[in-house]
Design a protein around this ligand. Structure first.
Ligand SMILES: [Zn+2]
Length: 122
């Protein structure tokens, strides 16, 4: 039985894939997992993690947290080729994501993504 938080996250993930990353994960291999209330991960110190081998995006946030969609975009960008670090390639993917968000009419998320890029720029 899935909790409403899990459903919400799965819904965000589908929407983000459709609107922002239509070319990615066409075979639906990736999964998103929230570990916030998972006792096995109680001491995890990250908010998000991208496991390219297992094809899993881990999130460590409350499903109601305002950051959750932006963090998903952040981690999906890491899943793209050559984007493991927060370097130029990753930033370029994030820029593209922000642009696509805007095109889809989601200005709030586009803004959040652009702020996130700034956080990783020196
Ligand atoms: Zn990151």
């Amino acid at each position: 039985m899935k909790s409403s938080g899990e459903k919400k996250i799965a819904m965000f993930f589908e929407q983000i894939k459709k609107d922002i990353f239509p070319e990615w994960d066409k075979k639906d291999e990736w999964r998103v997992k929230n570990i916030k209330h998972d006792s096995k991960h109680i001491n995890s110190d990250y908010l998000g993690k991208c496991d390219s081998t297992g094809k899993i995006i881990y999130l460590n946030l409350d499903p109601e947290d305002w950051k959750i969609e932006m963090l998903m975009v952040h981690e999906i960008c890491h899943a793209q080729k050559g984007c493991k670090s927060h370097g130029d390639q990753w930033k370029k993917k994030m820029q593209e994501a922000a642009y696509r968000c805007e095109s889809a009419g989601n200005y709030r998320l586009a803004d959040q993504i652009r702020h996130e890029i700034e956080n990783y720029s020196s």
